[in-house]
Ligand binder design. Structure first.
Ligand SMILES: *Cc1c(COP(=O)(O)O)cnc(C)c1O
Length: 396
């Protein structure tokens, strides 16, 4: 009834596409054989390195995150290798299923859906692997289903402490350009991301970054197939090797604009913006929880991602609320995922092209929905959120 006006997609990907990205894509098809497209594509690689904070290799695949997952795995694994999956929600389990699909053996440690990776348990599992069958440790930086953030730097320290030689592979699909991530400093061997979340570009580009250790693993790996092979992509002798065929021309123009936006704002400022907006959301949820059923899925703020928040609303209220906010106010929230019963949960996506008024509008809309639907909740959420925003601006 009050939904006409600009709709807001507040789901954890695809995220809001900036007009600057959309306008960059609104153009005739370019010449793919020579000229400006080639120069523009070359310029993307160093900037992709900058946002993953690595001096190593960056590759672009025409794929969503699932494609980038498979690309990463297939370049470093051989059939029968074991991977250790550290599950804190739906996504690492999915990555493990993909590893099984290409012929790996999968060992999973499940940390549940409300807490991050327990590094002591990882140390035990790696120490027990005396035959060194585990070739890669798979971890998700921010699991989009549960909104748990994992300590990737701590994971590397744990692997080093027990002297295990496995590769450390990180899924940064929901965290790249949202949460601080330092591929080289943290010692990540392979990093995976995709275009449609913090990177503000339509779904369809997958990214894999890898270091020298991963490149060496590629030499012995027999899972790789022609299309996913990263070797020709990082040292192309002709332009078409970047993508093994026709370039994703319009996506590349969109990505160029998105990377320009991130680098103009400054990556550290982009992370800080996401953190302040996330804290406003958490403050609102904590107020709703006082005297009500609404609560954040993750208790410890240090273990929450900056880009997505999973919230329990009880008794089918997640679905009811999503329906209400979309139909009545033009705000689309994310479905419950990775928690049961899913209809009791909803998620807010706050990744990429998001600012204070978008987050405050989303929170106020949720407030209206909670009231309209008689979902029990405590008072003061909007005051708490606006205080966080005011303080964050004052401190900046
Ligand atoms: C979105 C997401 C994926 C899957 O990406 P698709 O593009 O949907 O294939 C994997 N991992 C994480 C952490 C994600 O957020």
């Amino acid at each position: 009834m009050l939904a006409n006006g600009r709709q807001l997609l507040a789901i954890p990907g695809p995220s809001v596409m900036p007009d600057r990205v959309l306008n960059a894509m609104h153009r005739p098809a370019p010449n793919i054989y020579t000229g400006e497209l080639h120069e523009m594509t070359h310029s993307l690689i160093p900037d992709l390195r900058k946002i993953a904070r690595t001096r190593h290799q960056a590759t672009i695949y025409i794929a969503n995150g699932h494609g980038a997952w498979e690309a990463a795995l297939s370049n470093v694994l051989s059939r029968g290798d074991t991977v250790l999956v550290l599950a804190t929600g739906r996504f690492c389990i999915g990555w493990g299923e993909m590893a099984r699909g290409i012929g790996a053996k999968v060992e999973t440690i499940d940390f549940g859906t409300q807490d991050d990776i327990d590094l002591d348990k990882v140390a035990k599992a790696l120490t027990a692997d005396t035959a060194r069958r585990i070739k890669a440790v798979l971890a998700v930086h921010v699991d989009t289903s549960t909104s748990i953030k994992n300590d990737i730097a701590g994971l590397r320290k744990t692997m080093d402490r027990v002297g295990h030689p496995a590769l450390l592979m990180a899924d940064c699909i929901a965290s790249m350009g949202c949460d601080p991530f330092e591929m080289d400093e943290w010692g990540v061997d392979v990093t995976v991301s995709a275009s449609q979340k913090g990177l503000m570009t339509p779904p369809g580009l997958g990214f894999v970054w890898f270091n020298d250790k991963a490149e060496a693993a590629r030499e012995g790996a027999n899972c790789v197939t022609g299309y996913w092979d990263w070797k020709p992509r990082v040292r192309p002798t002709s332009y078409h090797q970047y993508f093994d065929g026709t370039a994703p021309t319009h996506h590349l123009y969109g990505l160029r604009a998105a990377l320009d936006m991130i680098l103009e704002e400054g990556l550290a400022n982009v992370w800080a913006r996401h953190h302040a907006l996330a804290r406003a959301i958490w403050a609102a949820c904590e107020a709703w929880g006082k005297g009500g059923v609404v609560r954040l899925n993750v208790d410890d703020p240090a273990k929450r991602g900056n880009s997505v928040t999973s919230i329990f609303a009880g008794n089918g209220a997640g679905d009811l609320l999503r329906d209400w906010t979309e139909r009545s106010a033009g705000v689309t929230l994310g479905i419950g995922l990775g928690r049961e019963p899913a209809q009791d949960y909803f998620r807010i996506g706050h990744m990429g092209h998001v600012n204070a008024h978008m987050v405050l509008g989303t929170l106020a809309t949720i407030q209206a929905g909670l009231t309209a639907l008689d979902i029990p909740h405590g008072p003061g959420a909007l005051a708490a959120a606006t205080n966080v925003i005011a303080e964050a601006v004052a401190r900046a």
